[in-house]
Design a protein around this ligand. Sequence first.
Ligand code: MLT
Ligand code: MN
Ligand code: ZN
Length: 313
Amino acid sequence: MSPAAGARETAGLRLRVLGAAAGGGSPQWNCRCEVCRLAWAGDPRITPRTQSSIAISRDGEQWALINCAPEILAQIRQNPVLQPQHGDRHTPIRSVLLTNADVDHIGGLLNLRERSSFRLLATPSIQAVLEANPIFGVLDAECVTREPVALETAFELLDGVSAKLFAVPGKTALYLEGDTVEIGVEGEDTVGVEFIGAGSRVYYIPGCATMTPRLAARLQGADLVLFDGTLWRDDEMIAAGVGVKTGARMGHMSMSGDAGSIAAFAELAVSRRVFVHINNTNPVLIEGSPERAQAERAGWEIAYDGMELACRS
Ligand code: MLT
Ligand code: MN
Ligand code: ZN
């Protein structure tokens, strides 16, 4: 093994939160809920957030995007590690992995169409959604290789970073919903990602309808979990007067309450826990709010765009 390879072996995983908000972003273009009103007014207690995506690297040179938000261009401008580094055409982005087919997670793919090579990885059912939408043909098959990834099977995401997809309770993408919608189904439509590299065990689960015993057992002992932080309470959008759906109907468990994520994780040994995919109505976005304080007292961090998380063994 060369000295350079040896140095790489001991490097840890680097994660960057590119966008910490849920679908719509924060503030959302057409929203004047209490939290968005503060954000539109430039209140210093609120930091605007773009839609849901993270990037991961082992060596700081090759990066994988996990989900690709409509704001990917702005996210690349905000994150120099993702910018072209040499030659006339270059990108450090080697892979894009998807956890569902929601607009906030696939919309940015259309902006990666200028003939740079990367691997596009997702479960067969998420790949089928892309295949069925001809607009994604702008990703030239000569450059962008679409790789189906089976659940529960480790694969190499980047040199030195292996990952595994697993089903989490969820639902089909909003725009694919039929007359009846099965919520909490575990299959290929909504997945979590386990990353293994440099001795750390890290999970990214931006959408999850409920904590099952199987999921709890999987997360036990993890070094870091980035988890669905869509809503504070299940009826939040109804109470704010900006929607008719509960969090449960949208396939997202809430932070608070007996069946919420804060309670579910209280039982688990997880070294670091971070909420991502936070909806613009969620009061944890307001620094100093009672909800933010409650989440932090329970050991949670609230992700923001540009947050860097390093994991070393
Ligand atoms: C979700 O996470 O529930 C979706 O992103 C909703 C949406 O498509 O706006
Ligand atoms: Mn979403
Ligand atoms: Zn809002």
